[in-house]
Write a protein that binds this ligand. Structure first.
Ligand SMILES: [Zn+2]
Length: 257
């Protein structure tokens, strides 16, 4: 027999053969893991998560809905009459996925743990590598967790901010300076150099080639920098030549004496 239950994470409607009762599945609506449960009489009113989700999406009097009624409403959220309505709904739902942690921290504590300690660390690791390479200390998962926990004590919602990567990096610098003492990767240096031109996007070859660089509409500052590099190279060549000539003349003198 087929029965219905809501997804534990998003409240979406799930229909399944009741022989699969208790199985952990990946929700087809939100992609997160949830347990299939054959609902008893007592669990038939809408779950707190369903109620919270529906309220956020503008529904009123949702407290008396049954689980399946609430689930059907949540399912229907994606059915819009026009493209405009659909886009509005998508935006609202995107906001909900963030706001639920601020509005209902206790209800979504489990989801928060998953987001912050499972999904976020690989991203943060990648971010640090995009800022620094060749640091003296290795950035391990344990260190990332320690830094996250440290920021958490001040602000539980820091990870929802747009500048969360920078927030993490600043805290990492304090707790594990050895993980940040490397250099900026070459790709970053190059893109900074390119950005210091008049905002013109150049190919990597153009930016590396001094001749093309001088002919391009570069700013005075970056032009100076490039010239000083080539002048430095020229000086080195002249010095080496003088040294060689001196050595050669001494050898010649010694031979004729
Ligand atoms: Zn779900």
């Amino acid at each position: 027999m087929f029965v219905k239950c809501p997804c534990e994470k998003c409240g979406g409607h799930l229909e399944f053969d009741q022989t699969n009762n208790g199985r952990l599945i990946q929700c087809p609506h939100c992609g997160q893991s949830t347990t299939l449960v054959v609902l008893t009489f007592y669990s038939r009113t809408a779950s707190p998560k369903q109620v919270a989700c529906l309220k956020f999406h503008g529904f009123t009097n949702v407290g008396n809905l049954s689980v399946s009624e609430a689930g059907a409403l949540i399912d229907n959220l994606s059915n819009a009459d026009s493209l405009e309505d659909y886009e509005k709904m998508c935006l609202r739902h995107k906001q909900w996925l963030k706001q639920r942690f601020i509005l209902y921290p206790e209800l979504y504590e489990e989801e928060r743990e998953t987001e912050v300690f499972q999904y976020l660390p690989p991203h943060l690791h990648q971010y640090v590598r995009s800022r620094v390479v060749g640091a003296s200390e290795r950035l391990t998962n344990n260190k990332i967790h320690e830094v996250i926990t440290s920021i958490d004590t001040r602000d539980r919602n820091w990870w929802l901010r747009n500048d969360r990567d920078e927030v993490f990096f600043d805290e990492l610098k304090i707790l594990f300076p050895g993980c940040c003492d490397g250099n900026a990767p070459i790709s970053v240096v190059k893109s900074n150099l390119r950005r210091s031109n008049t905002g013109k996007t150049e190919t990597t070859n153009d930016a590396d080639d001094p001749v093309v660089f001088h002919n391009s509409e570069s700013s005075g500052r970056s032009r100076r920098r490039k010239i000083s590099v080539s002048t430095g190279d020229g000086c080195l060549v002249v010095i080496v030549l003088i040294l060689l000539l001196t050595l050669l003349s001494r050898v010649v003198f010694a031979a004729f004496r």
